[in-house]
Design a protein around this ligand. Structure first.
Ligand SMILES: [Zn+2]
Ligand SMILES: [Zn+2]
Length: 276
């Protein structure tokens, strides 16, 4: 049984028409499917959907719902949280009737500068770490997690995106995931997630893009999430139709091994428990 609610099509930095994703999902007998373009942010960028395109984005997917009634579709956004910069997530939910939000941090704000921790280039991560944080990795990681905590505290959203993505370009160079100070941030995140009743996504993109040999969050953290009764979903973070189920089976095995018997799906915009 396949599902994926974290996907990017041509409206943002993904490739392909929404219909190509839907056809691929139907071909693979998906249970349900969702679109989550990068939400507009009021800074120069080449990865987010343009605000003026949002009505068309929504109506494209609504038309596909009519055309393919047997596959439950949802239209959401992956919203970036940048303190004092990004739009409130509610803005999209209310103004454009977006059905669900995946909240995440890709750009870490510090003293008026932004550190881009995602994308394919390790050099950008290293450069930002040096120029913005003078290679103080603890300060950089702290700033990332504090921004994540602030998002969880302030914004309305249902699914937390790739919450330990800060490790991706680190590749065990500046810190390891075993260090106590780092693990503290992971535990603090889990505590906050529990308080807010958020769903944590298990994101497979690092594995199939060969950027990191584990999920976001890592398998060890998935066990802790299970012990803390945190609900999860599996996300491929697909940027092309052929990526919609990559790494799904591995992630499913991993969450079953951790103890999970169910996941959270998004069916026509509403969260729903799916037995696994
Ligand atoms: Zn993301
Ligand atoms: Zn994404």
């Amino acid at each position: 049984m396949l599902f994926n609610y974290h996907t990017h099509c041509h409206y943002c930095d993904g490739k392909g028409e929404p219909e190509e994703f839907v056809k691929e999902a139907i071909g693979q007998c998906f249970h349900s499917f969702g679109f989550s373009s990068h939400a507009p942010i009021p800074i120069e960028n080449n990865f987010a959907v343009k605000e003026q395109d949002l009505p068309q984005y929504v109506s494209d997917i609504q038309a596909l719902e009519q055309k393919y009634p047997h596959l439950p579709l949802s239209y959401g956004l992956e919203c970036d949280y940048i303190p004092k910069v990004s739009f409130a997530f509610d803005y999209f939910l209310q103004k454009y009737h977006i059905q669900y939000v995946i909240g995440g941090v890709h750009l870490v704000a510090y003293q008026g500068q932004l550190w881009f921790i995602d994308g394919p280039k390790k050099e950008i991560y290293d450069q930002g770490l040096q120029q913005i944080f003078h290679n103080d990795i603890r300060l950089a990681v702290k700033t990332y997690f504090y921004q994540l905590f602030e998002m969880i505290e302030k914004e309305h959203f249902g699914i937390l995106a790739h919450f330990d993505k800060i490790k991706m370009h680190n590749q065990n160079r500046y810190f390891t995931e075993d260090e106590a100070w780092y693990k503290d941030y992971i535990y603090q995140t889990i505590e906050l997630v529990q308080q807010k009743g958020l769903v944590v996504e298990i994101n497979t993109r690092g594995i199939y893009k060969k950027r990191y040999p584990d999920f976001y969050p890592s398998a060890g953290i998935i066990k802790i999430l299970y012990q803390h009764h945190v609900p999860v979903t599996i996300s491929m973070d697909a940027h092309a139709p052929e990526e919609i189920s990559m790494g799904f089976e591995q992630a499913m095995n991993c969450i079953r091994e951790a103890g999970y018997k169910e996941v959270v799906g998004v069916i026509q915009g509403k969260q729903q428990i799916i037995g696994i």
